[in-house]
Design a protein around this ligand. Structure first.
Ligand code: MG
Ligand code: FE
Length: 170
């Protein structure tokens, strides 16, 4: 494989990851503002929003080192739309459950993206880029694991709140 090929694949992947992280913020930020009854979920989302900002910084640093101007970055809308999470769930009483599922799916999308990007970094001989990408990947794995671990307790809490007639509040 030519150096140009792997470099092009890598830069495209970095830009996609950058767009993905912006999308992640657009999914999580509206959610966290609406949560009232699930403070542990809100706290973990706040943590991951801060992590995501640092992930974007890491991607920016890598892109800058490839002499790609950040201003030229176009964060194309991904097919995995944040609007799905941010809006349609709000009209039904079970948005905490649907958002939990959306977030779980999105974290696994991110995990796949970083695994692929790390592979390209290795193929292209960019070993210095692997560590920051691995740092992002580790945070996605941790967030996905947290969501998985908390799906049951969140569901039980939702059912109890619903029984108490408080289902309208996330
Ligand atoms: Mg992320
Ligand atoms: Fe994430």
């Amino acid at each position: 494989m030519s150096d140009d090929t792997t470099r092009d694949i890598f830069i495209a992947g970095l830009k996609n990851a950058h767009a993905m992280e912006k999308q992640a913020l657009s999914i999580m930020e509206p959610q966290v503002k609406r949560i009232e009854n699930y403070p542990d979920v809100a706290a973990r989302l706040e943590d991951h929003i801060r992590e995501t900002a640092r992930q974007i910084d890491r991607l920016d640093e890598i892109l800058t080192s490839f002499a790609e101007k950040n201003s030229s970055l176009k964060d194309a809308a991904l097919s995995f739309t944040g609007s799905m999470a941010a809006f349609s769930h709000t009209v039904t009483g079970d948005e905490i459950l649907k958002n939990s599922m959306t977030n779980f799916a999105f974290e696994h999308f991110e995990i796949a993206a970083y695994r692929s990007l790390i592979t390209v970094a290795e193929l292209g001989g960019f070993p210095a880029m692997v560590n920051p990408l691995q740092a992002n990947l580790n945070e996605e794995i941790a967030m996905a694991a947290w969501l998985e671990d908390n799906l049951r307790s969140t569901t039980i809490k939702f059912a109890k709140l619903k029984e108490a007639g408080r289902s309208a509040k996330m």
